[in-house]
Design a protein around this ligand. Structure first.
Ligand SMILES: [Zn+2]
Length: 273
């Protein structure tokens, strides 16, 4: 295993792969037994905004496995994908806009899209940030707070996270140490994985932290109230079906695969949402 790839990242890849490969039964049973009412039904009825998810942005190494390469987008591919989005007239939106659109029907710019980045990787600051700036794009950075400042392992520092926030990007929570959300249960778990990371990120950015992404993209309906209770407005998963009873806490995203051409990406944006 390459030293530059963290164990957390590999775990993330593996679990996300499993999650994408077969639908989890907790999702199916949660949606099957609820009849969406009122607001949830209206939210489910709105067209989904395409949301892309990125992890590492770097050139492949011989040691990167086939599966990992879905989650590592080579630099030239990332640049080509951003250019395609700009040339095609896409406009990046941020979570506040998505929330207002979903809950109130507030208008969005034409061809809206959201760019999201998980796991605190330094590539996101060094490669994605300048590339996005060329086109006036903004993004959402889901930070696992345990990795902040671990520069020896290629993670962003608190100062870089603050800079992203100051430049108009959104900083959001991805737990403390990338724990499986479905397995959290005690008061201590919630304090460590939600409350403390929220405080830390709010202290770094000077802004409230209102959005969350599930580690590995996995979630269960039973634990969603813990997010509501703490005032999170939206939570982001990967590409499973949304919980029809709680679509704001199960917003869908797709991985922009390292294997995709610009045409693959363009087709996926149009057909996956
Ligand atoms: Zn992650």
């Amino acid at each position: 295993m390459s030293k530059s790839i963290s164990i957390t990242f590999l775990l993330c890849l593996f679990s996300a792969f499993i999650a994408l490969s077969k639908p989890t039964d907790n999702t199916a049973s949660a949606t099957a037994t609820f009849i969406p009412q009122g607001n949830a039904a209206a939210i489910m009825a709105r067209k989904q905004v395409p949301i892309l998810c990125y992890h590492q942005i770097r050139d492949w190494k011989p040691t990167d496995s086939k599966t990992n390469r879905d989650y590592i987008i080579p630099i030239a591919a990332f640049k080509a994908h951003m250019k395609m989005l700009a040339d095609s007239g896409y406009h990046t939106i941020l979570p506040d806009q998505l929330y207002d659109y979903l809950t109130k029907g507030t208008a969005l710019p034409s061809k809206p899209i959201m760019l999201t980045f998980d796991d605190t990787d330094l590539d996101q600051f060094e490669i994605a940030r300048p590339e996005m700036k060329k086109y006036g794009f903004k993004g959402v950075f889901f930070i696992m707070t345990v990795s902040i400042g671990k520069t020896t392992r290629h993670y962003m520092s608190a100062a870089q996270i603050k800079q992203l926030s100051d430049e108009g990007n959104v900083i959001a929570s991805h737990t403390w140490n990338h724990s499986d959300f479905r397995k959290l249960s005690t008061a201590k778990d919630w304090e460590i994985q939600l409350d403390k990371p929220t405080k830390k990120l709010a202290d770094i950015t000077g802004k409230p932290i209102k959005y969350f992404a599930f580690p590995f993209g996995v979630w269960n309906a039973q634990n969603l109230p813990q997010l509501h209770k703490r005032g999170f407005k939206l939570a982001f998963q990967l590409s499973e079906k949304r919980d029809a009873n709680d679509p704001l806490m199960t917003v869908r995203r797709i991985l922009d695969s390292g294997y995709w051409t610009v045409k693959n990406l363009s087709n996926s944006i149009r057909h996956s949402f």
